[in-house]
Design a protein around this ligand. Structure first.
Ligand code: UGA
Ligand code: MN
Length: 485
């Protein structure tokens, strides 16, 4: 066996060398010389490589990492297994180091891999048909989107909603890293329904399907997470907005419109109180989507008023429930009753924060009188202008006054009477003692109109969906979003 000697001489150091040497020649002496010199070069090469690797690993282990970098790298390695494999192919020393040393090794190894195998990883992403590879690309895109960290909650809803004014005032939405974690979980679970919904979202807008999936998942998660408790800041003084609402076809539209108005206002808690025996998940979902800090409660109208053929005291039990909540939870700031169907200029909210006891201002579009307003003569409150006075001491509209919380708390029995037409008057009277000159006059001393008593045309309830004809279509989903009386 000619090649046998060479095989033995060179030993088991490398199979490629074996093969090259085994076919190199016939003379035994020259074979030995060649073998020796090859062995020598090989030894030098291996020794140099080892020294280089040790030095490199030492260098990498000394390099400090910021937490964000570590997170980013971990994310990469988990979404693309090729990084790990490549790291060990490239550097067997990593294995060695992993055995010998302790804590920061994992990071070091992964980092080394990421640093040197980006190309491999990218190739894997392009080739990979799994969602994981698509996902890592889209997450990178999401992370670099300029508005992502500051307004992802609203962006996920509206797609292009600009939140320049509300960015600093809204509660911080989940950062990009949270979104990525969520997406990864979702991928593992692979919920078909979610995927379909996200697909629909992606089709209806120009976003990629992966982005849509992440956003849709965020919306769902937000709906199921426990909302953080509203912690009122002292400055600017907090606002508590009590909104009565009730089940009807226009309900979600009204709440959406009002909610996005309130979203422009800082340090505000929205108390949405429904005239019902139980909460409606559709309302809760709408409130979640809007993203204004809120409490959603119920306070049904007493049965005796519901049954009556005469005018009903609309929204009264709701507002009294709101007052009860404030007595328990609020210590300072201002309370305002904002019916769900009216229209509000946000500057009125900034003005009402600083009311010391009670504040009043004009309300537009109230019957054919056109406006309901305090009358100011020589800078002083001197009566009221309203289409119907009706023997009221305070003939004002529900949208035309607000009350300081400390002042309210000094009147523990103040509440709204179940007396149609006299709700505002009865409540304001219950705040006595209150002198006319203690009433702050807002909206440029009542020379401006910043709130309107509007009404949405009543719509008939939507007819039932033909389930046979539209089975397996989007209409099945949409039908569940309609509020029917
Ligand atoms: C006006 C006043 O703004 C109400 O405060 C007052 O209760 C009512 O007149 C009245 O005097 O009866 P208006 O616009 O005519 O209100 O009534 P709605 O807008 O229908 O209702 C006022 C608020 O109560 C709304 O926020 C509405 O969502 C809520 N509401 C209405 C209920 O909670 N339950 C109902 O059955 C009806
Ligand atoms: Mn109304």
């Amino acid at each position: 066996m000619k090649g046998g000697g060479a095989y033995i001489n060179i030993g088991s150091s490398s199979s490629s060398i074996n093969s090259s040497v085994s076919g190199s020649g016939s003379a035994n002496g020259s074979k030995m010389t060649l073998g020796k010199s090859v062995k020598m070069y090989l030894t030098i090469f291996i020794a140099t490589t080892c020294i280089y690797m040790v030095l490199y690993q030492y260098h990498m282990s000394r390099e400090p990492f910021s937490p964000s970098e570590i997170g980013k790298h971990q994310e990469k390695s988990s979404s693309s297994s090729s990084s790990y494999i490549a790291s060990y192919l490239w550097s067997p020393m990593s294995l060695l180091m992993a055995n010998n040393s302790t804590s920061n090794n994992a990071t070091t190894t992964t980092t080394a891999a990421t640093a040197t195998t980006t190309t491999v990883s990218k190739v894997a992403q392009v080739q990979g048909s799994s969602f994981g590879s698509i996902q890592s690309v889209s997450l990178a895109a999401a992370a670099t989107r300029p508005t992502q960290t500051s307004s992802s909650a609203s962006a996920s809803v509206g797609g292009g909603h600009k939140t320049a004014t509300s960015t600093s005032t809204t509660p911080p939405p989940p950062p990009a890293t949270v979104t990525s974690t969520t997406t990864t979980t979702r991928t593992t679970k692979a919920k078909k329904a979610t995927a379909n919904a996200a697909k629909a979202l992606a089709t209806s807008t120009s976003m990629s399907q992966a982005q849509a999936q992440a956003q849709y998942q965020y919306q769902l998660d937000a709906a199921h997470k426990t909302r953080p408790t509203f912690v009122a800041a002292s400055e600017p003084p907090p606002l508590y907005i009590i909104t009565p609402t009730y089940r009807r076809p226009e309900q979600l539209a009204e709440l959406t419109r009002l909610g996005y108005t309130l979203k422009h206002v800082a340090n505000l808690l929205w108390l949405v109180i429904e005239d019902a025996n139980k909460t409606n998940p559709l309302v809760a979902h709408t409130l979640d989507r809007i993203g204004v800090p809120y409490e959603y409660m119920v306070a049904p109208m007493p049965e005796k008023y519901k049954q009556t053929k005469k005018a009903k005291p609309r929204g009264v039990s709701n507002r009294n429930r709101g007052l009860e909540y404030l007595r328990q939870h609020a210590t300072e700031g201002v309370l305002y009753f904002a019916d769900d169907d009216n229209t509000y200029d946000i500057s009125i909210f900034e003005q009402m924060r600083y009311i010391s006891k009670v504040g009043m201002w004009p309300v537009g579009l109230v019957t054919k009188t056109g406006v309901s307003s305090p009358i100011i003569r020589n800078g002083k409150l001197d009566g009221y202008y309203d289409g119907w006075i009706g023997g009221r001491k305070y003939p004002v509209d529900m949208a035309g006054f607000a009350v300081n919380i400390k002042f309210l708390r000094q009147r523990p029995h103040a509440q709204m009477p179940f007396k149609p037409g006299y709700e505002e008057d009865g409540f304001l009277r219950s705040l006595a003692p209150l002198a006319n000159d203690e009433i702050d006059l807002l909206a440029d001393e009542c020379r401006d109109i910043l709130t309107w008593h509007t009404q949405t045309k009543k719509n008939p309830p939507a007819q039932a969906l033909n389930k046979t004809r539209y089975s397996n279509t989007n209409l099945e989903h949409i039908d569940k979003l309609l509020v029917r009386p």
